[in-house]
Design a protein around this ligand. Sequence first.
Ligand code: ZN
Length: 405
Amino acid sequence: MSKSYCFASWLIDGTGSPARKDALIRVEEGLVSSVEFPAPEELSRLRRDGPSGVALQSYPASTLLPGLIDCHVHLAMSGKTDQELRVRQLRSEFEQNAPLIQERIETCLGLGIMALRDGGDIGGHALRYARGNAHSPARVKCAGKGWRAPGRYGKIIGRVPEEGSTLAESIRADFPHVDHIKILNSGINSLTEFGKETAPQFGRDELAPAFRQAREHGRKIMVHANGRLPVVFAVDAGCDSIEHGFFMGEENLKKMADHQIFWVPTAVTMKALSAHAGQSGVASMILENQLEQMRRARRLGVPVASGTDAGSFGVRHGLALAEELALMVEAGFSVEETVRNATSVGARLLGLDHELGRIRPGMPANFLVVPGPPADFPRSLAFLSAVYLNGEIITPRAHNGACEI
Ligand SMILES: [Zn+2]
């Protein structure tokens, strides 16, 4: 029976509770079998003699935390800013896209990101890849293709309901194949007119029966929605998560806190646009506004999950998560709360809380080690020391060289 010990000077366990000093994690057969905080005398004995007959991996002056989760990605799309390359990839065949999808997943894993929730692509390539690679070490949940209204935003990730069919009737055919349903219920942010709201894509009478039916089939619903009314409709119809949620306003946040509806703010998308696009002024203002909403969400107790929208303009797979987490800290989340958002909250949203999100006895030993004290997080993610997947060390990726695709 394989056994090992892992020591780190600090542990953040993923629940949001304060980091603890000097943690000793015992791993047996890929599972965490105990989490202990030895007294100083016991610790020096262990350091001197080692645990009897068991391998000890020691990470002094380092912090150990659960494997990370990115709750919003588009694996079939490039996060580069080269528009020609982005369009070429969108139009490419599955056979050309599959190796890129694989590389993106491996990049994420090497950066300590162990689960991904895909929000769809026009070819349904991410879903097809995931179905063909069910034993991939990273957990990948896919929507396939999203759903949008005719003539509205979302051509590159969604399709419209069949002519003459309701949304509920149309999504029914998806249930056997997809992990969750993605609905597009607004446009995207205007980069010329700050705060311009678009109308909901679907009415309440279309969303409510569609969501009810998805729930009956055990499928969660992620809704792309910006602006007040598109979010009101999605929340009232009973969605599981609001994606982006720019300009949704306080009333929506309160309702989401009351019903514990998840929010995936993807603030990093606006950071990327403000760094690259010609309209950087408006993108920076939108980012500031989103950080203010995140501050309110924290105070109100909305479950905020980390998601990047990797694959959108300038949002790089894997790398963008550390940036999103830095924005959470900027919005007032403590380091422990930020880790919680990136681990146990995401695990609940993805239905993976039995295997990811926390470090506690009985759960798979899925965790990472970063140098320095908790206060150095998330900057310390750039210097990842180790990634443990089911108790085995996998090679971390160099942060700067990651994902050239
Ligand atoms: Zn998206």
